[in-house]
Design a protein around this ligand. Structure first.
Ligand SMILES: NC(=O)c1ccc[n+]([C@@H]2O[C@H](COP(=O)([O-])OP(=O)(O)OC[C@H]3O[C@@H](n4cnc5c(N)ncnc54)[C@H](OP(=O)(O)O)[C@@H]3O)[C@@H](O)[C@H]2O)c1
Length: 332
């Protein structure tokens, strides 16, 4: 099986290559593509060298699968071209996520929806993935009426140029090509992606709309505030959930503990709760600070932390491959 990684020089692309090595996933060929300026560049990941080619060259290699992590414009233009050649495209950008003809997949939740006809499969937004991973067992058992989310999103979520800004600021260097409109170190920026006329940022709407699409429930009331925080990696979410049914906290904890992909870290009196520093470079979504909403008998709060580059992007994309019927018989 031939795999193309589009955007291989970026944070998500490099992490894909790292995970393939780490998990010993074996592909017959890995094709690494990026922008024309990187053509011919050699990148070194986990002691392996990969030569960067252009998108057209990647297409000419006739891969079986292409994971796109090169932004929406590249996906808009090139994903249909790859798909027409019968190449399965797993797209990390936001380009196709809300297209009614494209499936938005978190394998543990709705991987079973994938058919051989789905030539383009969308990977959700990084905050959405960790949110729905935490919500799904609760949703299935108690139904959810309303969700209030505040995000604390790491700088890596904006890509390598943003991490460069954080690095420059920490070294007290002046960076004339700032990625963010403000200093990010020692700051919080309540602004992720562009603002819309209704006052929300596009990131906030991605979280709201993608969550409804993945849970396949457009009646849930959801609101979100997305904030960029000055840490390098791992997103954290504060989540308030209003359920339709009465619940015991112990039932919720047990459900979360028994769900694959989740790790409950919840013993505040021992200083145990999810933190980015522990979630870094892990695939599990960590959940803690699980507590009843004191003013609402059917509501609770929780704190959800995960590595946005791994489960929020690279790991989720690689797991999707296992659900593609045409490919799942092939061992990777
Ligand atoms: N970072 C996250 O946490 C995260 C999570 C979920 C989804 N995503 C999505 O994944 C994608 C990549 O994110 P990232 O954080 O890896 O960004 P990044 O670090 O900025 O990397 C961007 C990649 O895209 C390539 N690229 C840019 N323009 C291109 C073009 N015209 N043709 C081909 N390749 C081009 C870049 O190649 P050069 O090096 O040659 O410029 C680089 O490899 C984005 O769509 C993002 O929204 C990111």
């Amino acid at each position: 099986m031939k795999l193309a990684i589009i955007g291989a020089t970026g944070l998500v692309g490099r992490k894909l290559l790292e995970i393939i090595e780490e998990k010993s996933l074996s592909f017959d060929k890995i094709i690494t593509a990026a922008s024309p300026k990187s053509k011919g560049t050699i990148i070194n990941i986990s002691n392996k060298k990969y030569k960067i080619v252009t998108l057209q060259e990647a297409l000419n290699f006739k891969p079986d699968i292409a994971i796109f992590s090169a932004g929406s414009k590249v996906s808009q233009e090139w994903a249909p071209i790859f798909a027409k050649k019968n190449i399965f495209v797993i797209d990390n950008s936001s380009q196709w996520r809300m297209d009614p003809n494209i499936k938005l997949i978190v394998p543990e939740i709705n991987g079973n929806l994938i058919t051989n006809e789905d030539k383009i499969i969308a990977n959700p937004n990084c905050s959405t993935i960790q949110l729905v991973m935490a919500l799904k067992p609760i949703y299935d058992n108690f139904k959810i009426k309303r969700i209030v989310i505040s995000t604390y999103q790491a700088v890596s979520g904006s890509g390598k140029k943003a991490l460069d800004q954080l690095d420059y600021e920490r070294k007290n260097k002046f960076d004339s090509n700032k990625y963010y409109p403000h200093k990010i170190d020692l700051n919080l920026i309540p602004h992720i992606d562009n603002f819309l006329d209704n006052g929300y940022s596009k990131e906030e709407l991605k979280i709201i709309n993608e969550t409804k699409k993945i849970l396949d429930d457009h009646n849930i009331k959801i609101t979100a505030t997305a904030v960029r925080v000055p840490i390098a990696n791992c997103h954290s979410l504060s989540v308030n959930l209003e359920l339709q049914e009465e619940f015991n906290l112990s039932e919720i904890r047990d459900l979360l503990k028994n769900t694959e992909g989740l790790k409950v870290v919840d013993d505040p009196f021992k200083n145990e709760y999810p933190m980015p520093i522990d979630a870094n470079n892990c695939d599990l979504v960590r959940i803690g600070r699980i507590r009843k909403d004191l003013d609402h008998p059917k509501a609770l709060n929780m704190w959800v932390v995960a590595d946005n580059i791994r489960k929020g992007a690279a790991t989720n994309a690689l797991e999707i491959i296992k659900y593609i019927n045409d490919l799942k018989t092939i061992k990777i």
